[in-house]
Design a protein around this ligand. Sequence first.
Ligand code: SAM
Length: 251
Amino acid sequence: MIAKVVRTLKDRLGAAAPASPRATAHPPLVPLKLRTVDAAFALPEVSSVADLGGVWAVDAGYSFYALERHAPDRAVLVDDDITPVVRRRAAAFPHLQLLEQNFGLPRTPGDVGPVGVVLLFDVLLHQVDPDWDEILRRYAPQAQALAIVNPMYDVAPQTVRLLDLGEEHYRRAVPPQDNLDGLFSRLDELNPQRGRRWRDVHDVWQWGITDADLRATMTGLGFSAVHAEQLGRWRGLPDFADCAYVFRRDG
Ligand SMILES: C[S@@+](CC[C@H](N)C(=O)[O-])C[C@H]1O[C@@H](n2cnc3c(N)ncnc32)[C@H](O)[C@@H]1O
């Protein structure tokens, strides 16, 4: 069960100063995610990073945290929407590559290239076509580790497509968001910004992914969890737990 906190890297992490949200003062970063970055960089094979979907609300704060604290050889940020703030800050890091494109495109893993750790922070539950598990399959072959922070669904035994729960249940389950008004009446309409139907855009919550399904997927890809934390309810939502993992490529 995920309630068990596993920190096999604890000794190594103890040697470093504790993660501090002040490392990047603006915008505020979540300590759970900073610890997850630190846990990944504690692995000797991790010296580069790709942050998939790193922008919204934090202006790539976890990429910059990794760059400032762990001095990776190379960093790549991939997001559909890269802000001017990110571009300005990125100018100080010539070895940070910005890719403003969908990380689910078939070509994007190749554009990212081989990398020590892939960060997937609050993005997996948004991924449709390719779905969350296919994203993991596409990036696993070129990563030594995958660091995942995600609200995990723990009120059902298997992963669910949240829109299939129906509007009433969906609205109860997910956080309030402006784009939910009228969402269910336009599910099959085109979202012009994303070029796909509203039911498939990453701008809304799509999946309730269970801990068991995530772990089984990663096991199938030849990775094992070397760090995991569960902090209780995700922002008070009854159906989701606040969870973090680092999966490392086996032997
Ligand atoms: C919920 S925010 C998470 C931001 C940050 N990773 C964090 O943990 O605070 C999701 C971000 O991922 C981006 N995103 C989600 N799916 C994407 C995809 N398939 N391709 C490119 N960007 C994506 C969104 O544009 C947004 O910036």
